[in-house]
Write a protein that binds this ligand. Sequence first.
Ligand code: NAP
Length: 378
Amino acid sequence: MLLRQRFCTKSAPKVKTRMGTQMSAWQIFQYGGNEELTQTTTARVPNILKPTDLLIEIHAASVNPIDTMMRGGYGKAMINLLRQGLWNQAGGTEFPLILGRDFSGVVMETGKGVTRYKPGDEVWGAIATQRQGTHAQYCIVGQSEISHKPKSLSHIEAASLPYVAVTTWTALCLVGELTQKNAQNKRVLIHGGAGGLGTFAIQLMKTWGAEVTTTCSTDAVGLVQSLGADVVIDYKTQDVQSELQRISGFDVVLDPLGGKIPSFSVDLLKGWRNSKYVSLVTPVLSSTDKFGIPLGLLTTATNFGTNIIRGFINGRSYRWALFIPNGNALGQIAKLVDNGKIEPVIDKVYTFDQVPDAFQKVEEKHGRGKTVISIKDS
Ligand SMILES: NC(=O)c1ccc[n+]([C@@H]2O[C@H](COP(=O)([O-])OP(=O)(O)OC[C@H]3O[C@@H](n4cnc5c(N)ncnc54)[C@H](OP(=O)(O)O)[C@@H]3O)[C@@H](O)[C@H]2O)c1
């Protein structure tokens, strides 16, 4: 376990135009298992097509559960709709598909409408699902999807945070309505505290003064305590449901895992208005994959409505959250990092040649913090 593992940050490379040349990348040509991941040195360096887009040289990226799921075709119905340009997002073709949703790197070129960044700037970001991904030497991002990277971190350290940080921000702040001002002394339950998302969420809530309860395996108890968790339930040796019921009355419950957790977690909330159960396991993408877009959305809406009614009966609210790119949130998180409030938790760093090994590790779902790929220095 590497808590705040230190790597050298290299100075920004000489800026030069790379448009129209070739790059190294990991691609898939059809959905499937890890055997579909193909390394190439002749992928096309992407072009800037929108004025607010930038070309980034990627120094490091992370692997998230969404990458292994997208490799298998998860979300393809909705993501293809987005790729076709509906909802006004620049997407592109389905295959060959480069996976990877976050990065730390350097701006190489900017579109004419980019106001906040210039070539040579060190930035980090988490990009929309319909974009070509970050497991490559270069990628295109929108200026609203990135911010300046924390100065105190190397690219490898920085790459561990954007996707989980932005997802946590959406879940706890935008959907759970917690802010730096109102989180003080709020009781927050974070299921799965040892993973990439949990290790960030614990730190953000502790920084804002919340009382944090979390669940994890025996070997991770020390890790989540070192991040500030006030109450830790070991789900390998304790009866999680009865332990949590004993101390129930949470203002917000964050559930990244699903399974049996929702069946008892909504009842752990305070029994009056303004307590919220926020689930990161939404059926919208799997339902649209299974039933097609119209029926899938209808099924999801019905499911959501049922849960809302269940929550309302008890005066609690049941909400879903999904990753949404958010450069503003990343800017605020970069300040917290540079002020020493939040540290990256890195489980393992892989070289660019080892991307399939990194996918396998994430697919095993036993993360202790994040899995990162070193790209520029591999
Ligand atoms: N909706 C969205 O937009 C969105 C975005 C990001 C993430 N997510 C979801 O959030 C989940 C977590 O993401 P991540 O990046 O943190 O994954 P991760 O790094 O693989 O971590 C998963 C963690 O969950 C723990 N865990 C598994 N079962 C548990 C249980 N019953 N009780 C407590 N802990 C348990 C695992 O620890 P053990 O080894 O002890 O089992 C592991 O530490 C993933 O399922 C992901 O798909 C959703």
